[in-house]
Write a protein that binds this ligand. Structure first.
Ligand code: SAH
Ligand code: SF4
Length: 420
C-alpha cells in the first residue's frame, strides 16, 4: 500500500518539475513514507530520521518530509520534537505536497493531515518503477474498526475509485507490458463504486488482457462472497490465491477484536474456498498476545493453523496502538509470554508450510519470471499462480516469461528447481 502511495507522490512531484534521485545526498527534498500499524514500524522510521540528520548538516536547505500514517497519527509531535522535519503530510493530502515543499524552501514548516471522505487520487497516474507487476490502489480507508487496529484512524473512511477509471489504468499497464496487477485496498473486497462491487471489478480487470495475472490484497473474511469465490474459480487469469487474515483461533478473542466472524464461520469459509477453487493458495495474518489472551486462546490459534494448513502466514506480536479500543483493554500479556507464543506459532506454521511445499518436490509448476533471486545473480525468482515463490537457474528465460519449472527442493518459504 505504501509503495503504491509513494508512486502517487512521485507522480504529483514529477508533475511539478521535480526529478527522482537514488542518492539522498544530492536530493533537495527527502520524503519518508511511514506505517503506524505496529510500534516497531514507527521505531524504524525514527531510526531512519536520525540517519537523515547528516543530509541536513551537509545541506541545510534540504526539505525533509514525513508522509503517511505516522504523519496522521503524530502530527505536530514530529515537527516540535525534532527540528529535522519540515513537512508532515497525511495519506489524503498528497496533492498539497508541492505547495508545502515550496513553503518549506522559504522556511515555513507545514502540516497537512486532514482525512478526506472522497480523496482517492483517481485522476493521478502513479509513477511506477518498471517491472513485471504493478500495484493498483482501488479503494482507500477502512470502516471495520478491529479493536487492535489504527488504520481506520490514520487512513479514514472507506471510499472506492470508479470501475471505469481502474479498467482504463489496467489497459494502460497492459500496453506498457506489465504482466501482473495487484488490486489493493485495506479492505479490498468491500470495494463498491456505487454501481459495481468487488467481484464485478475483478471480472472487468481480468477481461482487459487475458494474459495478464490479476491478484488482490487484502480481503476481510466477512466480505468474501460466493460471487467472489466463483469469479476467482471461473477466471483463469485471476490468481488462485487468497490472503485471509484470521488473527486468532479463539472465539472469545475474535469477539474482543471485533473481527465479526467466529472460528467456525472462518473454517467453513476456507472449506468453501478450497472446494470451489482447487489448488488455491491460502495465507493469513496472526496476532499473538492480544489483551486477555490465555494459554487456551493461544492453543486455539495453534489448532486453527493446524486445521487450515496455510501456505504462508504473517505473524505478529500484539502492539498496543493509541486511540484504538484495545488500547483501553490494557496490554496485559507479558512481553516474554508474547515472544514465546509468537515463536510457537511461527514454528508450527513453518513446519506446516515445509510439509506442504515438500509435497511439490518432483512436480512441474508454471512460474512468471519476476526478478533476479536474492541469493544469486544467476538465478531468477518468480511466483506460481497460487503464490509459491520459486527460484531457478536462468537458463535463457527472461523477466516476464512464463516458464515451467520442475521442483527439486523446497523449504517453508521457497521452492527450488530448474526450467523444463
Ligand atoms: N486490512 C487488512 C490488514 C491491515 S494491517 C486486514 O484486515 O487483514 C495488517 C496486519 O497487521 C493485520 O492483519 C494484523 O494481523 C496486523 N496488525 C494490525 N494491527 C496490529 C497491532 N496493533 N498489533 C499487532 N499486529 C497488528
Ligand atoms: Fe485494520 Fe481490521 Fe480494517 Fe484490517 S479490517 S485495516 S485489521 S480495522
Amino acid at each position: 500500500m505504501n509503495v503504491a502511495d509513494t508512486e502517487v507522490v512521485l507522480s504529483i512531484m514529477s508533475g511539478n518539475s521535480y526529478g527522482i534521485t537514488d542518492d539522498a545526498a544530492k536530493a533537495d527534498v527527502i520524503f519518508i513514507n511511514t506505517c503506524s500499524v505496529r510500534d516497531n514500524a514507527e521505531a524504524r522510521v525514527f531510526q531512519r530520521l536520525a540517519t537523515l540528520k547528516q543530509y541536513k548538516k551537509q545541506n541545510p536547505g534540504v526539505v525533509i518530509g514525513v508522509l503517511g500514517c505516522m504523519a496522521e497519527r503524530l502530527r505536530t509531535e514530529l515537527i516540535d520534537k525534532r527540528n529535522l522535519v519540515d513537512v508532515v503530510v497525511g495519506p489524503d493530502e498528497y496533492r498539497r505536497l508541492p505547495e508545502l515543499v515550496n513553503d518549506a524552501f522559504s522556511g515555513h514548516k507545514g502540516i497537512a493531515v486532514k482525512l478526506s471522505r472522497v480523496e482517492n487520487y483517481d485522476d493521478i497516474l502513479p509513477l511506477r518503477t518498471e517491472g513485471v507487476g504493478a500495484w493498483l490502489s482501488v479503494m482507500r480507508g477502512c470502516d471495520k474498526f478491529c479493536t487492535f487496529c489504527v488504520v481506520p484512524f490514520t487512513r479514514g473512511r472507506e471510499r472506492s475509485r470508479k470501475l471505469a477509471s481502474i479498467v482504463s489504468e489496467i489497459e494502460r499497464l497492459s500496453s506498457l507490458g506489465y504482466k501482473e496487477v495487484t488490486l489493493l485496498g485495506q479492505n479490498v473486497n468491500s470495494y463498491h463504486d456505487g454501481e459495481f462491487d468487488f467481484p464485478d471489478l475483478m471480472a472487468a480487470a481480468a477481461a482487459v488482457d487475458r494474459s495478464m495475472r490479476i491478484r488482490f490484497m487484502t480481503p476481510h473474511p466477512q466480505d468474501i462472497s460466493e460471487k467472489l469465490i466463483g469469479m476467482i474459480a471461473a477466471t483463469p487469469n485471476v490468481c488462485s490465491y487468497i490472503h485471509l487474515p484470521i488473527q486468532s483461533g479463539s472465539n472469545r478473542i475474535l469477539k474482543d477484536m471485533n473481527r465479526t466472524y467466529t472460528l467456525e464461520q472462518y473454517l467453513a469459509l476456507t472449506e468453501k474456498i478450497r472446494t470451489m477453487i482447487p489448488g488455491v493458495g491460502l495465507s493469513t495474518d496472526i496476532i499473538a498476545g492480544f489483551p486477555g489472551e490465555t494459554e487456551d486462546d493461544h492453543r486455539a490459534t495453534i489448532d486453527a493453523l493446524k486445521r487450515v494448513r496455510y501456505d504462508g502466514a504473517f505473524m505478529f506480536k500484539y502492539s498496543p496502538r493509541e486511540n484504538t479500543k484495545a488500547w483501553d483493554m490494557g496490554d496485559d500479556v507479558p512481553e516474554e509470554v508474547k515472544v514465546r507464543r509468537l515463536s510457537e506459532i511461527i514454528d508450527v506454521q513453518n513446519a506446516i508450510a515445509t510439509e506442504i511445499n515438500a509435497e511439490l518436490v518432483g512436480a512441474t509448476v508454471e512460474v512468471l519470471v519476476e526478478k533476479i533471486s536474492a541469493k544469486s545473480d544467476d538465478e531468477w525468482m518468480g511466483r506460481t499462480d497460487n503464490n509459491k515463490f520459486v527460484v531457478f537457474a536462468k537458463d535463457g528465460a527472461a523477466i516476464g516469461d512464463i516458464v515451467n519449472v520442475k521442483i527439486m527442493k523446497a523449504n517453508s518459504a521457497t521452492l527450488m528447481g530448474s526450467i523444463v
